[in-house]
Design a protein around this ligand. Structure first.
Ligand code: HEM
Length: 497
């Protein structure tokens, strides 16, 4: 049977070149667009490539991605090693990079227990507080710095599971987290370091030209160790002193305390806590940056959302999480933002742990599988004019359509057993930040030296992992007809958030 399988053809894809073995079939940037076009060229939504001996499957279609990554998730749920991250910086503590198996499972379960439906209202309530103090109040003071302030606020929200008190501005740990995870998302991209494409380079001596990546790796490792240890130890100390607020760490350790293997579980809890605030903050920040860019360049959509917010909330109180279900136009904007610029356009790589046969094609064991989220959410047949930002495509008679693919729940957060376990918190966070911003502020163009508005054309970094808007300038102006300072009065100050 096995022999018969191996005689089957591989899925369509570029011809293999005997010497370079398709090294150059793997583009360093904009891979999602490249593979969408390659799919059209081969007339196939599933493509097979081999780059330096690593088999790779690209899936440009939603149903196929579900068939493989969901229905066959028992053997499509591992992760490949990513040389710089897993072998050189040696990040083995975070389950997002772990191969499929029990070690991954125990970490993921711990994470999911905290982000369960039961805890969600508490997490949202804390997020509302952090948004008011860390985002809205800071914007009053620094109207030009919205993207930076958002980044700091999101990082603060991520540190929250530690129960760690966060300074409103310049918190040293938030700064360190921001710097370290920013660098990590760069070093994980194939394009930045050649060693990600030619893993054998990791063995070159430190003194050799081109070995600079090793220094970067050492620095990242030092910072990661600090980020894992410091907030956790601070929380443990607060627990001893009886001053720790309820948080992931206290709640998990409390639940585990009668376990026989408590010591081991406590190490897992420490690693999982660092995972929560760490690895994925850039995704949420990027989603919010895309939202701001979309509002800046589509003022009509912004005004409609503001009108809806005024109708539902009025002008004399702040946005609350209970308002969110009553904002269909804002919901359409969030969905369109996630579709317009998919945050992780190639999802995250899965890896097969068994060989398989799909649609008559042979899929080898150890094959790296990329679901092309961009191709799925930019499919012209489902979303005509896919490059246009059109929230209305999700609406019918003022309500959200239920007959169209919903990027909030499909593809954006991945597939199967590896699907983003943070989506439950990421979604309300996007809504709460977006609604809070538009309710109080107009997002308008910044002015140049001569006082003319700076025109912004939406463009995105040609990244391989996260698709981030290119830097742009804008200004947040308190909206007319409401006392923004008065509404935020109780949240302005210098105490930790
Ligand atoms: C808009 C924001 C976010 C987006 C677009 C996003 C997207 C993704 C995607 C595409 C994956 C890979 C899924 C797969 O392999 O099929 C992933 C994994 C993951 N995400 Fe998110 N994510 C976001 C926010 C978050 C947040 C806020 C958290 C934590 C609180 C989080 C935690 C994780 C973890 C731990 C994994 C690894 C799961 C595993 O390997 O088992 N994410 N995310």
């Amino acid at each position: 049977n096995q022999q018969k399988r191996r005689l089957l053809p591989l899925p369509p894809g570029p011809r293999r070149w005997p010497i370079v073995k398709n090294t150059f079939a793997v583009p360093l940037t904009n891979a999602h667009v490249h593979y969408q076009e390659l799919g059209k060229k081969f007339g196939s939504k599933i493509l097979f490539l081999e780059a330096l001996g690593r088999p790779m499957l690209i899936v440009n279609d939603l149903d196929m991605a579900r068939d493989l990554l969901e229905k066959r998730s028992a053997f499509y749920s591992s992760r490949p090693s990513m040389t710089m991250i897993t072998d050189i910086v040696k990040i083995r503590e975070w389950f997002s990079f772990m191969p499929y198996g029990d070690y991954w499972r125990v970490h993921r379960r711990m994470f999911q227990q905290h982000f369960s439906e039961k805890h969600l209202p508490y997490i949202e309530e804390r997020a509302v507080g952090l948004i008011r103090k860390g985002l809205l109040a800071n914007l009053l003071e620094f109207p030009d710095g919205v993207t930076e302030i958002i980044r700091k606020c999101v990082y603060s929200i991520r540190l929250e599971p530690m129960g760690y008190p966060i300074q409103r501005q310049n918190d040293p740990l938030v700064n360190l987290a921001e710097e370290t995870f920013g660098v990590m998302s760069i070093i994980a991209s194939p394009g930045k370091y050649f060693v990600n494409i030619v893993p054998a380079l990791q063995h070159i001596p430190d003194w050799m030209p081109g070995a600079g990546f090793k220094e970067v790796a050492k620095e990242v490792r030092r910072n990661v160790d600090k980020l894992i240890a410091e907030p956790f130890e601070a929380t443990m100390q607060m627990m001893t002193d009886g001053t720790a607020p309820p948080c992931f760490v206290t709640e998990t350790l409390e639940r585990l305390k009668s376990n026989k293997d408590y010591e081991v579980q406590a190490v897992y809890a420490k690693q999982t806590a660092a995972m929560i605030f760490g690895a994925v903050s850039e995704t949420t920040v990027t989603g919010l940056k895309s939202f701001i860019l979309a509002m800046l360049t589509h003022p009509d959509a912004m005004r409609k959302a503001q009108q809806e917010l005024d109708d539902v909330i009025g002008t004399d109180r702040l946005v609350d999480s209970s308002d969110i279900p009553h904002l269909p136009y804002l919901s359409a904007i969030i969905k369109e933002t996630l579709r317009w610029n998919p945050i992780t356009p190639m999802c995250a790589p899965h890896q097969t742990t068994e060989e398989d046969v799909y649609m008559g094609y042979y899929i080898p064991k150890g094959c790296i599988v990329f679901a092309n989220t961009y191709a799925i959410l930019h499919d012209e047949e489902v979303f005509p004019g896919p490059e246009e930002f059109q929230p209305e495509r999700f609406l019918k008679d003022g309500k959200i359509r239920d007959d169209i693919l919903d990027p909030e729940f499909v593809a954006t957060f991945g597939f199967g057993r590896r699907i983003c376990p943070g989506a439950r918190i990421a979604r309300p966070l996007l809504y709460l930040v977006a609604a809070s911003l538009l309710h109080l502020f107009d997002i308008v163009p910044a002015l140049d030296r001569d006082g003319n508005p700076i025109k912004v054309i939406p463009q995105f970094k040609q990244a391989a992992i996260i698709s981030e808007p290119l830097p742009f300038q804008c200004k947040m102006i308190p909206r007319k007809g409401r006392d923004v300072e008065g509404l935020l009065k109780g949240y302005i100050g210098t105490d930790p958030i």
